[in-house]
Design a binder for this molecule. Structure first.
Ligand SMILES: Nc1ncnc2c1ncn2[C@@H]1O[C@H](COP(=O)(O)OP(=O)(O)OP(=O)(O)O)[C@@H](O)[C@H]1O
Ligand SMILES: [Mg+2]
Length: 436
């Protein structure tokens, strides 16, 4: 379980210990620093917390540490929960940043209980994150991302977020016209705002898409859903929510940058922002680019699981082998996503020899890992229904989802196989078979 951070003045250690005990009794993990804090450590603990409790007192109002804690929480978009423990008069900074949030105080008879309840409700479960990836092009990553997410939403409801991490942004073009997608990226309402501070975060900010040579590492608070995501299943569609953060070409800039420190900071911003949205959705799915780049690393570090679509051929197998190598060599143990492989575009009438052999372990040695165990049982058939179609003018974007599309011949069988894959995927997540 992630932790809540307690910001306090050294003069308030009694109140700190009392709160620590109350949180412990409620099984809520906490972190705080006793004595003069190492700022970098405190900032890291705050950035990794789900909320920051601020013990507001006469001493805290004068404390530079508490002020720096509040600033760090704000910069990271972390929720601040102030708790007043004496009759402190608030100064300018506290009046502006803390007072508007201040509702709880030890002067109330059940103040501490209310605080613990507030902290518990601030801790929201983080949803799974899936990256659809294969270091081979054209195997159906984009098709699987969109169609499988639609089928998942149809089967289980809830809130699903698609993120188009491929600079080709085909996923975005599945649902919206190029003009619509480009107009969105023109105002930074696109994937670039997951990585860098942009006009979506502050009116006076420069667009990170404008200058390929500059990387912005300034911290930012994740943009509110309303002005950021595109609704695929909106209120005019079937019940539920399927949202998209649209793609744009300019995120290619990270592949050409060589400022390692700036890239590390940008990756952190991405991870933190995705983590923020994990509390607002029930599933997040990334569509990714077929070559190993900085974006691949970002996707792999943020994901719990990778779904690798593959065709029943040796080239797809090579892509899966490379993908497994990248995960093992480049991603730290403990952060590695689990890898599941999905046969896509197979002929269901006569299962190919290749697929049968793969399931029997014939290709495990070539793959360099137990491919037969990573293979999902369900598979997607080859069908013209999956063929890329541009969105029709005037039609809502959810019309592109086979789970909701019309009655065309053979669609029922396709919906069934998509549903089977969705069910299996849900089971994998719930059995907790993660590679981390
Ligand atoms: N199951 C399927 N049956 C028939 N056609 C399919 C199937 N899956 C994908 N396709 C088609 O194959 C082509 C490539 O699919 P898609 O664009 O999803 O691959 P991709 O892996 O995302 O490619 P890229 O590496 O360029 O991002 C598209 O024309 C798509 O319509
Ligand atoms: Mg694609």
């Amino acid at each position: 379980m992630p932790h809540v951070y307690i910001s306090h003045s050294g003069a308030d250690s009694d109140a700190l210990l009392q709160l620590h005990e109350a949180l412990r009794a409620a099984a809520i993990a906490d972190k705080y620093v006793v004595g003069e804090p190492d700022r970098a450590v405190a900032d890291r603990d705050i950035a990794a917390s789900f909320a920051v409790i601020v013990l507001v007192s006469a001493a805290a109002v004068r404390s530079r540490t508490v002020r720096a804690d509040v600033e760090a929480a704000k910069a990271n978009g972390i929720r601040i929960i102030p708790y007043q423990i004496d009759k402190a008069r608030l100064n300018g900074f506290f009046k502006a940043e803390v007072q508007p949030l201040l509702r709880l105080s030890s002067a109330l008879p059940d103040g501490m209980d209310q605080l613990v309840a507030e902290v518990s409700s601030a801790y929201k479960k983080k949803c799974p994150v899936i990256a659809v990836m294969n270091l081979k092009g054209g195997v159906g990553k984009t098709t699987v991302t969109g169609q499988l997410s639609g089928a998942w939403q149809e089967a289980f409801g809830g809130r699903v977020l698609l993120v188009d991490l491929d600079p080709q942004y085909n996923l975005t073009q599945t649902f919206f016209s190029m003009d619509h997608a480009d107009a969105s990226s023109g105002v930074d309402r696109s994937v670039i705002s997951l990585f860098e501070r942009s006009r979506l975060h502050a009116k006076d900010a420069a667009s990170p898409a404008e200058n390929w040579l500059e990387l912005t590492t300034a911290p930012f608070t994740p943009a509110a859903r309303d002005g950021f995501v595109h609704e695929i299943l909106g209120t005019d569609g079937p019940a539920g929510r399927l949202d998209l953060i649209s793609g744009q070409f300019e995120i290619s800039k990270y592949a050409f940058a060589n400022d390692r420190d700036a890239l590390a900071a940008i990756k952190q911003s991405f991870l933190r922002t995705i983590d923020h949205y994990r509390s607002e959705y029930d599933l997040i799915v990334f569509d990714t680019n077929p070559n190993a780049t900085f974006l691949t690393r970002c996707a792999l570090e943020a994901a719990d699981r990778v779904i690798a679509p593959m065709h029943a051929d040796i080239y797809s197998l090579r892509g899966v082998r490379l993908l497994n190598l990248v995960i093992k060599d480049q991603i730290e143990a403990g952060k590695r996503p689990a890898l599941s492989v999905l046969f896509n575009a197979v002929n269901r009438n006569e299962q190919s020899t290749f697929e049968g052999d793969a399931r029997n372990g014939v290709y495990d040695a070539i793959a360099g890992f137990p491919l037969s165990k990573a293979l999902m049982t369900a598979a997607l058939p080859r069908s013209a229904h999956f063929a890329v179609k541009g969105p029709d003018e005037g039609q809502p974007p959810w019309r592109q989802l086979l789970a909701h599309a019309g009655r065309g011949g053979g669609l029922k069988a396709i919906r069934d196989s998509l549903k089977q894959v969705a069910l299996e995927l849900k089971g994998l997540g719930e059995s907790g078979s993660s590679g981390r």
